[in-house]
Design a protein around this ligand. Structure first.
Ligand code: 8Y7
Length: 262
């Protein structure tokens, strides 16, 4: 899963069209590098990021989803926790809703999902993006995240949404300290509850800086690739990354060791 951020570029003066075109071109490049899914997001969910209105988020993501849909067969996911954005994104050709709140932030999100046959990423987050990194605590983080997945799958079943539409994501960095993130990675197979595929999002995240000593963002690419190989070996199926090519190579090598080459 390649990350396509659609946020205004403060260094460009080309206006809205330029930002859109840049995002579409970037997505096409990631698809050419081997991304099976393009994750299009118009609102940052990083700790402390400022909120964006539904109208502004739609203005950012819809043209990019439409542009990508015209030009690639890659699956398109929309990174949003707003039902109205998810609904319109599906109408514009998106295949998957990647909602970091696991469809709990917007009460209408379950209806939107139930009315569609789209794929769904269920990500674990403790607390809210604004405050989630303020001293998160768990007794047993792996058991708690696994129990959360069980609860969400039950809630979806209740709403008539089949579990085969879902993938599960521990939400690294979303209300987790370093040792929580590491425990979740150490026990990936336990997170595959009801045998659902697991998605890992660690690309360039601060936990890498926390282990290796804070270095710049570019220095977080190869450590991300190392985790991708590890996570693939331990059963994760989807990696959400900025740098597609080296991460696809790592997945293919791990898969060659695990399963042989065709
Ligand atoms: C994740 C994510 C982000 C993740 C899923 C960042 C939108 C923060 N992280 N979605 N989104 N999983 N499913 O650093 O780990 O990319 S935003």
């Amino acid at each position: 899963m390649g990350i396509v951020n659609v946020t205004p570029d403060s260094f460009s003066d080309g206006g809205q069209y330029f930002d859109e075109q840049r995002a579409v071109d970037h997505g096409l490049e990631l698809a050419a590098e081997g991304a099976a899914i393009l994750d299009v997001g118009g609102e940052s969910t990083r700790p402390g990021a400022s909120p964006v209105s539904v109208e502004e988020e739609l203005r950012r993501v819809l043209p990019v989803i439409k542009g990508l849909r015209r030009q690639t067969k890659a699956l398109i996911s929309v990174d949003t926790f707003k039902a109205a954005v998810a609904e319109q994104a599906l109408g514009a050709g998106a295949d998957i809703i990647n909602d970091v709140s696991s469809m709990m932030h917007d009460p209408r999100m379950m209806e939107v999902a139930a009315a569609s046959s789209c794929g769904l990423v269920l990500m674990h987050m403790k607390g809210e993006p604004r405050t989630m990194q303020k001293n998160p605590e768990y007794v047993d983080v792996v058991a708690e995240v696994a129990a959360f997945f069980e609860h969400r799958l039950a809630a979806l079943a209740e709403a008539g949404i089949d579990k085969t539409r879902t993938v599960l994501d521990p939400g690294l960095g979303f209300g987790k300290k370093l040792d929580h993130n590491l425990s979740l990675l150490r026990h990936l197979p336990r997170l595959s509850v009801q045998n659902r595929p697991v998605l890992v999002g660690i690309s360039r995240k601060s936990m890498i800086g926390a282990v290796l000593g804070n270095r710049d963002m570019a220095a977080r690419m190869w450590p991300t690739v190392a985790v991708t190989a590890y996570a693939r070996e331990h059963g994760a199926h989807i990696m959400r990354v900025h740098d597609v090519k080296p991460n696809v190579d790592a997945m293919r090598m791990a898969e060659a060791i695990l399963f042989g080459v065709a």
